[in-house]
Design a protein around this ligand. Sequence first.
Ligand code: SF4
Length: 336
Amino acid sequence: MARSLKNPSFVGLTSTIPVEVIFAAGLTPVDLNNIFISADVPEQLVRGAESAGFSHNICAWIKGIYAVTLSHHVKTIVAVFGGDCSHTVALAEVLERRGVRVIPFHYPLDRDRKFLELQIDGLRRSLSATWDDVYQAKSKLDRIRGKLQELDRLTYREDVISGWENHFYLVSSSDFNSDPDVFEGNLDAFLDEARQREPRGEEIRLGYLGVPPILGELYETVENFGGRVVFNETQRQFSMPYRDDDIVNVYLKYTYPYDIGGRLEDIREAIRTRSLDGLIHYTQTFCFRQIYDIILRESLPLPILTLEGDRPGKIDGRTAFRLEAFIEMLKDKKSG
Ligand code: SF4
């Protein structure tokens, strides 16, 4: 049965936002994407949204967000209208008609500081949080984010963490699994255990670019073929890896909602510092972000394998085969 999020203290998120504000208001953020993809049968949620009228050619994440909001009885959502996905605008209007309170949030495409500051302040006022409480929440989250950076370092520098483990903790930092204290306790225990491990031996080091995958077992498949993802681009961005005392600066440095320049800089740095051999660019069927594949290919110096996922489920045979061929090609290239 779907977990009930009926209690008005739960606030659904359609995408990563300054989550400090939600905690400062004494509320509980819930990343609707994570609830969708960790459901027992996420495909059923997609089908449910299609029965409600969402057409085949709408991205499955949008359908998943629609279905979990209603099936979990979420009363309030923060919907990111600017800097994320144009589908969210219409999705939010449908949800409003179903009785859901929608609080809009916009990232400015041109990274205008004043605009973003007003957006964060607007969110703060909508939820009746004080700036003091926002900064108190930020201080706690920054401590946990520091530990996520250590997890990332253990992934690419010490080689003791798998690509999926890295993905899992970083992707969860959009809402800290709704409970930062429990999240931090689990993370501490995980880091203690990981530090005792022997370094892993995969030959090929990969960067994963694009939105988080809807496909299961992608990371495991890569590792079975002798590769490992040591850089999860967007998931790492969710953990706000650039420390700054000013909350507006933190979300200006977050690369995902703005033009691709910031992303390219971030990826180039990862290529250098993490000794990457190749890149996987994951694209979601029916997503406008697929178009960025052109710019990534034109701008980055490493071989790129572009994968596409449509509906939730395990990776299919053809995708597994393409991954194997890509990793073999990188091995040949590396051995000269
Ligand atoms: S994958 Fe693309 S189309 Fe789907 S919700 Fe995300 S941004 Fe929108």
